[in-house]
Design a protein around this ligand. Structure first.
Ligand code: ASP
Ligand code: MG
Length: 448
C-alpha cells in the first residue's frame, strides 16, 4: 500500500488534475490519495476569515461564490458534468461554510479552522470525480473521521494512537474492498468532533500520519518540482535534484527554506522506516528524491544541499550580570514559550544569547519581556544559510571549505555541531544569494 499526496499545484486546474489522474492510474497496488486545496485557495480562505472577523459578510459571500465557480469551471473543463453528485456536493460544502460564518450569536471557538479546511473538502470532491471518470474506484473519505487532534486551533497536534485505530476502522475496509480512498490533507478534528487544521503546509504531515498508521510501503509527495535540490534553482540555475536524502537532511532543508516538504513530515515515518518519495506530477518520468533512514542511503556525498531562508529576525540578549550564574537560558526560553514563538537557530556565549525567529506581531511583547533579563537588540532582514549533509560534523575539512567559500561575507552568527548534518549561519538578507552560489560552486562545481 502506498500513500500518494498531491499538493496545491497538482490540483490547481484541469490540466493538473489530468496529470494527477495519470499518476494515480499508473500506480499499482492499493493506494490512499491525500490532497491539498487548489493552489491559492487556503490563502483566500485566510482572507475570508479576516473579512468575517471584520463583519464584512457581503465580501465573504462574493469570495465564496468565486471559489465555488472556480471548482465548477474546472469540473466543466474536465467534462465532469455527468457526475451524479459533484456539483451538489461542492455547493453543499460552500453552503455549510457560509452558514457557519453568518451564524447568529457570533462565531464559536475554532470556527476559523473549519473555514480554512474548506479548500481540501472541495478539492477532494473534484479528485474523486476525475478519478472515477476513467473508471478508477475512487471513494471520498472524510479526514476529520481519521486525523484526530488536540484542540490547538490553527496548528493542532495529532493523536497518533487514535489515528492508528481510526485508520484501521475507516480506511482499511475501503482498501480491502479494492477501492481508492481519496481524503483531505491539512484537516482533522478533536475527539468531540470540532474541526481543526494541522498548520499551513500540513497536508504532507497528514500523508505521513496516514502512511505510518497504515504501515504504507512508501509515502509519495507529488508536487511541481522533481525533488529536493542541491540549492534553490531560482538562486543557483545549475542546482540539481538529489536522488536520495536522509530524514535528518530533509528535516533541516524543510526547516531552513526548501518549501518542498513540511518540516514535521518525516517524524511519523522514521521509526517505521517508511521512505518518503518526492515526485513531480508534471514530469512523471523523473525518479524524484527518495528520503530514507541513514543506514539505507547509498551515496556518500558529505554535503547535500545549501538552503537559504529569507526574512529572519535575529534577537540578541546580553546580561553581563549572568556571568557565572545559572538559569539564564531557562529564563530566556520561558519568554519564547510563553509567547509561543519558535526559535530556529541558536548561539550562546557566557553572557549573551543570539537566536533567530520568524517575524511576528508578538515579537514586540517578547522583546519587552526579554528586556527584564538583559539588554536586547533586534535585527531584521536577515537570512539563514544552512549547509546540509549528514556527515558534515564528522568529515574533516568541510568547515574549512565553507569558510573559504564565504571569506568575503560578514557572518553575523553561526551554529554548528548541534546536528551532525547542519552548519548554519546568518547573513544580511541581500548577501544570501551570492553566498549560496559561492557555496554551491565549492561543493557541487558548476553546471555538469
Ligand atoms: N492547503 C493547506 C495550505 O495551503 C495545506 C497544504 O497545502 O499543505 O497550507
Ligand atoms: Mg506544501
Amino acid at each position: 500500500m502506498i500513500v500518494m499526496k498531491f499538493g496545491g499545484t497538482s490540483v490547481a486546474d484541469a490540466s493538473a488534475l489530468t496529470a494527477l489522474r495519470t499518476a494515480v492510474a499508473s500506480a499499482t497496488g492499493s493506494r490512499v490519495i491525500v490532497v491539498s486545496a487548489l493552489a491559492g485557495v487556503t490563502d483566500l480562505l485566510v482572507e475570508v476569515t479576516t473579512e468575517a472577523d471584520q463583519g464584512s459578510l457581503d465580501g465573504v459571500a462574493v469570495r465564496l461564490q468565486a471559489l465555488l465557480d472556480r471548482h465548477l469551471d474546472i469540473a466543466r473543463d474536465l467534462g465532469l458534468g455527468e457526475h451524479p453528485s459533484l456539483e451538489s456536493d461542492l455547493q453543499a460544502e460552500l453552503t455549510r461554510v457560509a452558514a457557519r460564518l453568518a451564524a447568529p450569536g457570533g462565531l464559536a471557538e475554532g470556527w476559523r479552522d473549519a473555514v480554512l479546511g474548506t479548500g481540501e473538502l472541495l478539492s477532494s470532491r473534484l479528485v474523486v470525480a476525475v478519478l472515477q471518470s476513467v473508471g478508477l474506484p475512487a471513494v471520498w473519505c472524510d479526514a476529520r473521521e481519521v486525523i484526530r487532534t488536540d484542540a490547538r486551533f490553527g496548528g493542532a497536534f495529532p493523536d497518533r494512537e487514535a489515528i492508528a485505530v481510526l485508520s484501521h476502522s475507516v480506511i482499511e475496509p475501503l482498501l480491502s474492498a479494492g477501492q481508492i480512498p481519496v481524503t483531505q490533507g491539512f484537516i482533522g478534528s478533536t475527539a468531540d468532533g470540532r474541526p481543526t487544521v494541522l498548520g499551513r503546509g500540513g497536508s504532507d504531515f497528514s500523508a505521513a500520519l496516514l502512511g505510518a498508521a497504515l504501515g504504507a510501503e512508501q509515502v509519495e509527495i507529488w508536487t511541481d518540482v522533481s525533488g529536493l535540490m542541491t540549492a534553490d534553482p531560482r538562486i543557483v540555475p545549475e542546482a540539481r535534484v538529489l536522488a536520495e536524502a536522509t530524514y535528518d537532511e530533509a528535516a533541516e532543508l524543510a526547516a531552513f527554506g526548501a518549501k518542498v516538504l513540511h518540516p514535521a513530515t518525516q517524524l511519523p515515518l522514521i521509526e517505521a522506516r517508511i521512505p518518503i518519495v518526492i515526485r513531480n506530477t508534471f514530469k512523471p518520468e523523473a525518479p524524484g528524491t527518495r528520503i530514507v533512514g541513514e543506514s539505507q542511503v547509498e551515496d556518500d556525498l558529505p554535503v547535500r544541499s545549501i538552503s537559504f531562508k529569507r526574512g529572519v529576525v535575529v534577537l540578541q540578549v546580553r546580561a553581563a550580570r549572568m556571568l557565572g550564574a545559572f538559569g539564564f537560558l531557562r529564563r530566556i526560553f520561558e519568554v519564547f514559550e510563553r509567547h509561543e514563538i519558535v526559535v530556529d537557530v541558536l548561539a550562546t556565549s557566557e553572557v549573551s544569547v543570539s537566536l533567530t525567529v520568524d517575524p511576528s506581531p508578538r515579537l514586540e511583547a517578547v522583546v519587552a519581556d526579554l528586556r527584564v533579563i538583559g539588554e536586547v537588540t533586534m535585527r531584521d532582514h536577515r537570512g539563514i544559510i544552512a549547509v546540509v549533509g549528514r556527515a558534515i560534523r564528522d568529515t574533516p575539512g568541510i568547515t574549512a571549505r565553507v569558510y573559504q567559500a564565504i571569506a568575503d561575507v560578514n557572518i553575523e552568527m553561526i551554529s554548528q555541531g548541534a546536528s551532525a548534518s547542519n552548519l548554519t549561519f546568518i547573513v544580511r538578507e541581500e548577501q544570501g544569494p551570492e553566498t549560496v552560489r559561492a557555496l554551491h560552486r565549492t561543493f557541487f562545481g558548476s553546471a555538469p
